[in-house]
Design a binder for this molecule. Structure first.
Ligand SMILES: *Cc1c(COP(=O)(O)O)cnc(C)c1O
Length: 393
């Protein structure tokens, strides 16, 4: 038997079982492998879960963000307020549609942005706010929606981390427009995939059209060609649909979502308890508003003056004992393109983002996935203790 210390403990592992794998095989054998009945089932389950009336399955959350920006008419001259501490795909999509990303700082305890931080950044050019539910916690949505309504600004919630999370007793996704990711690291996965969720039927229909070449059947066709006319291009669209061999993977996970979330919660509770004894390695704080956390990531902050080593050294030291770790995220404003081109490209100064910049150098995600055992957590905690003891001054 290999000793436990020689087995790699990854940052994450998808929560897939044999029935999920059999379901993919059944789709493969069915003769219909791309977008079809399994997509429809996935969309229906997401509507049931979130309480939204419309869900569109897509090839990724990034694709959903791209189409949502286009469908909301965001383009050159428009400003979009979003944190720099997010996955860069959002900033890339804002840039690629020709709009200006305006970076908002985050709360130092939860690493989520607040209405108070967003308010001073609103200008007459602001068209959209994209706040991020971070690590599985939920944003304080009420003040953000109140601010947006006051100024007539749209909101797209980035809920890539938040499938199964709740805000004040309501599932994330129940209000406004929301994007979920089904990427391999996320709590529910189709390897690659995403969802756009809304209760605005016209917006959802536009996104459905844009995700598949801009094909639709218009009312004229329906009347003149009878019941099943051939769809034709009504506006140029993309190829962002999700195949059924992927979509089917999510169905079982969604049925098990409460169990998946509960398993993550139990592991996170154990981590949080045991991390108390380790100097300089501190979990994020949970939001103070009523919420249900879905424990997507176990993010800790490494304070070098207390731990005796910095985040990068910690990740290296964990790797040396076969423990995976990650960074969620390297702030967008510190990445090469945005660092080098921000002022020239958007004709405004890079905002100072003290909490984002500090956190960006300190955050580290520890292994967390439902199949982990409490023994695995002890292994991580023991490794952290040993590493910090070796470095502590
Ligand atoms: C994963 C992620 C995305 C993008 O999801 P994809 O499905 O990979 O496109 C967007 N935002 C955040 C915060 C994410 O973590």
């Amino acid at each position: 038997m290999p000793s436990m210390q020689n087995t790699f403990l990854p940052l994450c592992r998808p929560a897939l079982n044999d029935a999920d794998i059999d379901a993919v095989v059944a789709v493969l054998r069915s003769g219909w492998i791309t977008t079809g009945a399994k997509n429809a089932q996935l969309e229906q389950m997401i509507c049931q879960l979130t309480g939204a009336t419309e869900a569109v399955a897509l090839s990724s959350a990034t694709a959903g963000m791209h189409l949502a920006l286009l469908a909301l008419g965001i383009g050159p001259g428009d400003e979009v307020i979003t944190p720099s501490l997010t996955w860069v795909s959002t900033i890339n999509m804002i840039t690629l549609v020709g709009a200006t990303p305006v970076f908002v700082d985050v709360d130092p305890d939860t690493l989520m942005t607040t209405a108070e931080q967003i308010a001073p950044l609103v200008t007459p050019k602001t068209r959209l706010i994209i706040p991020v539910h971070f690590a599985g916690a939920s944003l304080d949505l009420d003040p953000i929606y109140a601010l947006a309504e006051r100024h007539g600004i749209a909101v797209i919630e980035d809920a890539a981390h938040a499938l199964g999370a709740q805000y004040k007793g309501q599932p994330v996704g129940y209000r406004g427009h929301c994007i979920f990711s089904l990427h391999a690291i996320k709590n529910v996965t189709t390897a690659e995939g995403g969802l756009f969720v809304t209760s605005d039927q016209a917006l959802a229909d536009r996104i459905r059209r844009l995700k598949f070449h801009g094909l639709a059947v218009d009312a004229f066709d329906r009347e003149t060609h009878g019941r099943a006319p051939q769809a034709e291009v009504v506006e140029p669209g993309f190829k962002y649909n999700l195949p059924d061999i992927s979509a089917v993977l999510a169905l079982g996970q969604l049925e098990r979502l409460d169990a998946i979330t509960a398993a993550r919660q139990a592991l996170a509770d154990d981590y949080i308890e045991k991390l108390r004894a380790i100097p300089g390695i501190t979990p994020l704080q949970d939001p103070v508003h009523e919420h249900r956390h879905c424990r997507h990531l176990m993010v800790v902050r490494v304070a070098p003056e207390r731990a005796g080593l910095d985040r990068q050294q910690l990740i290296e030291a964990l790797k040396a004992v076969q423990i995976g770790a990650g960074i969620h995220f390297m702030p967008a404003h510190l990445q090469k393109y945005y660092r080098d081109h921000y002022t020239a490209r958007y004709a405004r100064d890079m905002p100072s983002l003290p909490h984002t910049t500090l956190a960006g150098g300190q955050i580290c995600s520890l292994p967390l996935f439902p199949a982990m055992t409490l023994g695995d957590i002890d292994r991580v905690i023991d490794a952290l203790n040993t590493i910090v003891n070796q470095h502590e001054k």
